[in-house]
Design a protein around this ligand. Structure first.
Ligand code: DX5
Ligand code: ZN
Length: 223
């Protein structure tokens, strides 16, 4: 893409210093993140537990980088709008967990956020195409959700290509985002498949200089 977006995932950051970790990718210039990706896990939808609304509210106060909240939780219909009300830029829910995803998208937008829908690696896109007409972002998972530092699953690029085609032909209006295993050796294939926004956890916060890692990934994605 011409203007690839890079969204560092704070799942790989030091949770005791979250404000500083966000600040490390928030300085003006090429090292600035486009979005900061916040992984919310409830230990039910995924077998891991991270953070929730109070932490997002605190981050929202100290961060001027748009927050991209990825809710890996059951019953997002009930909980997701709170993240929009807290000021998140984009709130993504899982297609496998949402009960009424069309109503949920409307509620997220009414609360002032963009609405995102995510699919796990094994979830076909075809099942959700009608619903996706109501969404602003599609988050294609390229690992099983739950943990950072896993290996990229290249099979999901077929879904990226399908989504890209549907956007480019005007059937959908959304940004295509990818999450899981994105690093210097996998980002090029994701970019070529048509991803707009790249989440990277360990590749950014595992680096000596997270800001430099953001700039390098963006350069690579731009080709
Ligand atoms: C995993 C999370 C990801 C995770 C990605 O369930 O949704 O956002 O932080 O981490 P990496 O980039 O290390 O695969
Ligand atoms: Zn995520």
């Amino acid at each position: 893409p011409l203007h690839p977006l890079i969204a560092p995932s704070i799942l790989s950051a030091d949770f005791a210093r979250l404000g500083e970790e966000v600040a490390a990718v928030a300085r003006d210039g090429e090292t600035r993140a486009d979005w900061v990706h916040v992984d919310v896990m409830d230990n039910h939808f995924v077998p891991n537990l991270t953070l929730g609304l109070p932490v997002v509210e605190s981050l929202q106060k100290v961060s001027d980088v748009p927050l991209d909240c990825h809710l890996m939780i059951d019953n997002p219909d009930k909980w997701a709008p709170g993240y929009a009300e807290a000021g998140a830029y984009n709130v993504t829910v899982h297609a496998e967990a949402a009960h009424d995803p069309v109503m949920l998208a409307k509620n997220l937008r009414a609360a002032g956020a963009k609405a995102g829908l995510s699919v796990k690696p094994g979830t076909p896109l075809e099942d959700h195409l009608e619903v996706l007409k109501h969404y602003d972002t599609l988050l294609v998972m390229s690992v099983e959700p739950g943990f950072g530092g896993q290996s990229f699953i290249p099979d999901v690029l077929e879904k990226v290509r399908t989504a890209r085609r549907l956007v480019d032909t005007g059937h959908l209006t959304l940004l295509v985002e990818i999450d899981g295993g994105i690093n210097a050796s996998t980002i090029t294939q994701a970019a070529e498949a048509g991803v707009d926004c790249f989440v990277a956890g360990s590749a950014v916060y595992g680096a000596d200089d997270p800001g430099r890692a953001v700039a390098a990934l963006r350069d690579q994605a731009a080709g």
